[in-house]
Design a protein around this ligand. Structure first.
Ligand code: H79
Length: 465
């Protein structure tokens, strides 16, 4: 047992060292990402055509990008859906402009999700936008061009292991969360149990190893070769991956020496650069000294589900962004475009409103560091160094009714206090290590009002550890 452990520790050291030898220092690679704080996730593919409806059944819950697996749709039937996928209204320039105006600094798009459908031309498989749909054009090429034009970084999500259409791909065995099952579900259930999750014989005409060599490796090579700079490779669900499989994919990353990857290639030997909490914001102490990014849906699904209008409010989304920044993380906020190539109306409105807030208050988010303050009940705090001074951005969610805002654990001399985007006065009184601000009666911003407090010297970290 001890020997095994030693071998595995040595193996991870070798892996880590190779990564360091091939790429610039991590701090250098991570620089833009640590300043960016806010990005757009895009989940798009053939599932958008179904929009959460299969065979008359309307998916009531969760991810519509899982519809093929949840409903055990036969491979041939799912591939027939692609014959209708024709996103003639797709305008990559418009998408990137919307991300940019929302204040997002990078985009990560599902180049291939678990259904195996490639949004790009590849010779590794016919199951791609050019060969399998009437649209017939690469979707990532114009996106890469628009990202370059607007100075937005482009990243690719790639489901390296799960692939429900390309033979040999892995399958995670899941049932519909809303309890629905096909009439033949008992037989299908038995079949999936006996076939490592696969429900269609067409999925097993090849081995997982062959799938990695035939599909995943060449497709990732295509992605890292044909689209200019790729800022992020976002792996997902390492189902059935071996260390050897992961090494083959990891080796391709040298094609993009500055690329940043998450921790989902294969656990635990391939930690990547960033941790990736999904649909949750970690506790302040959980991610100390770690680069992390919370990915989250605006409603209840990643891929477009026509019946889901249950969107988070703009206020919640802005509060989430502040919360994440105050804990030192990034927010990767999802949009699930429709099959015609347009964003859902609810997403467009929210992106616009977030953008208006960011235009005024963005300095409280970009290039800031986690809060040095203990938890406060009025909102969140981010921090930035400015020469020998320290800027505390106080994002006030609950505007004080009595006009007094208490900032604890700041014994430093206060240099100035200003409400961002407002001419109204804000006076300051320091008492020991407490700063008391006297604020105007009403909050200047409906979502979160930011006060920029400049103090002399460093604010000592007083967060609960
Ligand atoms: O791409 C998004 C998800 O589809 C993917 N990761 C994010 C970024 C993901 N793959 N697997 N998982 C998340 C974990 C498993 C989730 C499941 Fe379910 C629970 C599958 C079936 C039940 C969520 C709920 C997806 C479908 C229903």
């Amino acid at each position: 047992m001890k020997k095994l452990l030693l071998v595995s520790v040595m193996a991870s050291l070798i892996i880590a060292n190779t990564a360091i030898a091939q790429t610039p220092a991590k701090d250098e690679r991570m620089h833009w990402w640590r300043e960016a704080r806010f990005g757009m996730f895009i989940h798009w593919g053939v599932y958008a055509q179904l929009a959460g409806v299969y065979d008359g059944h309307v998916q009531q819950k969760s991810g519509a990008e899982w519809i093929m697996n949840l409903n055990k749709i036969p491979v041939a039937d799912y591939q027939a859906v692609a014959k209708q996928f024709n996103p003639v209204k797709y305008d990559a320039d418009e998408w990137v402009r919307m991300a940019k105006e929302a204040g997002m600094k990078y985009i990560v798009i599902t180049a291939k999700h678990h259904d195996g459908f490639a949004l790009f031309k590849t010779s590794a498989s016919k199951w791609n936008i050019v060969d399998a749909t009437p649209y017939g054009k690469d979707l990532l090429k114009p996106l890469a061009a628009a990202c370059k034009k607007y100075g937005v970084k482009l990243g690719f999500y790639y489901s390296q292991a799960q692939d429900w259409n390309n033979a040999g791909g892995a399958v995670s065995r899941k049932k519909a969360a809303d309890g629905w099952a096909r009439p033949d579900s008992a037989a299908i259930d038995a079949y999936t149990l006996a076939h490592n999750g696969h429900w269609d014989p067409a999925q097993t005409t090849s081995t997982f190893d062959e799938y990695i060599n035939r599909v995943a490796v060449p497709e990732v090579k295509d992605l890292l070769t044909n689209y200019g700079d790729v800022a992020v490779l976002w792996w997902d669900t390492p189902t059935d991956m071996t260390v050897e499989d992961a090494q083959k994919l990891q080796a391709l990353l040298k094609l993009q020496p500055n690329i940043i990857t998450n921790d989902r290639l294969k656990r635990p030997d391939f930690p990547g650069d960033t941790k990736s909490p999904e649909q949750r914001i970690p506790k302040p102490s959980e991610m100390d000294g770690i680069d992390w990014e919370t990915c989250m849906t605006m409603n209840g699904t990643w891929g477009y589900r026509a019946s889901d209008h249950n969107f988070k409010s703009t206020e919640t989304l802005i509060h989430n962004l502040c919360d994440i920044a105050s804990k030192g993380g990034n927010y990767l906020l999802n949009v699930g475009p429709k099959a015609d190539g347009t964003f859902p109306e609810e997403s467009v409105t929210r992106l616009k409103e977030i953008g208006e807030w960011m235009k005024v208050n963005g300095e409280a988010i970009y290039a800031t560091k986690r809060s040095p303050l203990p938890l406060v009940d009025w909102g969140r705090c981010t921090e930035k160094q400015e020469g020998t001074n320290n800027i505390l951005y106080l994002e006030v969610f609950n505007w004080p009714k009595d006009g007094k805002l208490i900032v604890p654990a700041v014994p430093n001399k206060v240099i100035s206090a200003k409400i961002i985007g407002s001419d109204k006065k804000c006076s300051v009184k320091s008492q020991g290590s407490t700063v008391e601000l006297t604020l105007p009666e009403t909050a200047p911003n409906t979502y979160a009002s930011v006060i920029k407090l400049v103090v002399s010297g460093n604010v000592v970290d007083a967060t609960a550890k």
